[in-house]
Design a protein around this ligand. Structure first.
Ligand SMILES: Cc1cc2nc3c(=O)[nH]c(=O)nc-3n(C[C@H](O)[C@H](O)[C@H](O)COP(=O)(O)O)c2cc1C
Length: 365
């Protein structure tokens, strides 16, 4: 049985002191120009103080065109570096590794924030999305690489590519829609090319101690579990990545696909040959038993989202108490504020996520 407190090494960079990573959490606490906001910094530092071995930022935009959220942290301009540096420095001071999640929303960007035109791998007239030209795809690859360079300059231990949840990279993987006829669409090889070019570009442009991970989705985004497994396997043995973060939403559920219902979703990824690449899982890990079960099923580490919103010290609580069970949603704004969740994040949780924040009572006449 692997201990949750055991350090874990990576091919590149320093080891993580335990098996807990903060899952990337969009929190809208930065400024509209993508520079760091104080509440975002405070939220992240509190999680490091609470025992997370690695603290990942929210999905941070690599380019204006891919902005999806007001108040989204940016790493698309040199003006963002001082704020990023504050995060990296503060996290290191409390003994946590640091990573920025690099994000481009593609067709799921917000036209009110991204300059007005949505771009994705294919045309979607109904949603106002234009297919990127080959040159635009190549520019976007460069935007990811430039963002990683900025994060390294700022002192981060690494970056994670957001390759999941139907955002730009994941849109390229979609076998239902990505019928592009250039080298970025059609066949499996072409649909995965953008990932490989970003990964190779980031590796080539950053130092030997810079950690590179990727978040992938297992199902729901236009490719089968067979493809998700094939791709995860290819990346694990490709020798470029330090870790894969499988975003499962519910780690112990059975897959949607009939042919894969013989075992839990997590087990379809822990059984791959991961070579030197580490494997983390995220999704509905809300107790000490859930977290330990992931390691027992063969994951190297866990990523905690909602549990970390509810408890800034989720790792410390679990390490101290094998029976720990997270508080559940909904909670009051005061509860969240006490856990270093700022006003903008509370507002986001109250409006975009169902039943996370207790609604104030409706006044009677
Ligand atoms: C408020 C909120 C914001 C999120 N933001 C991101 C994000 O920026 N990037 C990402 O990859 N996933 C994001 N997720 C997904 C989480 O990282 C995590 O994978 C998911 O919530 C499942 O884990 P959990 O059950 O521990 O919350 C978000 C989830 C929530 C609830």
């Amino acid at each position: 049985m692997t201990s949750l407190n055991a350090p874990l090494t990576f091919v590149h960079g320093p080891e993580i002191k335990n098996r807990f990573m903060l899952s990337p959490l969009t929190n809208l606490q930065s400024n509209d120009d993508g520079t760091l906001g104080e509440d975002e910094l405070n939220f992240l530092v509190k999680r490091a103080e609470g025992g997370f071995g690695l603290v990942m930022t929210c999905a941070a935009s690599v380019h204006m065109s891919g902005k999806a959220f007001k108040g989204q942290l940016g790493c698309y301009a040199d003006d963002h570096i001082p704020g990023l540096k504050r995060i990296a420095t503060a996290l290191r001071a409390v003994g946590a590794l640091s990573s920025v999640q690099l994000h481009h929303a593609g067709g799921r960007a917000d036209a009110a924030l991204n300059g007005g035109q949505l771009y994705g791998p294919w045309d979607d007239e109904q949603r106002g999305i234009k297919a990127m030209t080959t040159a635009q795809v190549e520019d976007t690859i460069q935007h990811f690489i430039n963002a990683a360079i900025r994060c390294e300059k700022a002192g981060f231990d690494g970056v994670e590519l957001h390759g999941a949840h139907g955002y730009l990279l994941c849109q390229f993987l979609d076998e239902r829609h990505n019928n592009r006829t250039d080298r970025f669409g059609g066949s499996y090889e072409n649909r995965t090319r953008i990932y490989h070019e970003v990964i190779e570009g980031v590796r080539a442009a950053t130092g030997p101690d810079f950690q590179l991970g990727i978040r992938l989705s297992a199902e729901r985004y236009g490719y089968s579990i067979a493809i998700a497994r094939q791709f995860a396997q290819e990346l694990m043995t490709g020798g470029k990545l330090d870790y894969i973060d499988m975003s499962l939403w519910d780690s112990f559920k059975l897959p949607e696909e009939e042919a894969y219902k013989s075992k839990m979703l997590i087990d379809w990824f822990t059984d791959l040959d991961r070579s030197h690449c580490r494997l983390g899982v995220a999704g509905k890990l809300l107790s000490a038993k859930d977290v330990q079960a992931c390691l027992d099923h063969g994951a190297d580490f866990v990523l905690i989202g909602r549990g970390a919103i509810l408890h800034h010290d989720f790792p410390q609580q679990i390490l101290a108490n094998p029976d720990f069970v997270s508080q559940s949603f909904p909670v009051t704004p005061a509860y969240l504020a006490h856990e270093a969740v700022g006003t903008a994040f509370i507002q986001y949780l109250a409006t975009a996520w169902e039943n996370y924040v207790v609604k104030p009572p409706v006044p009677r006449d």
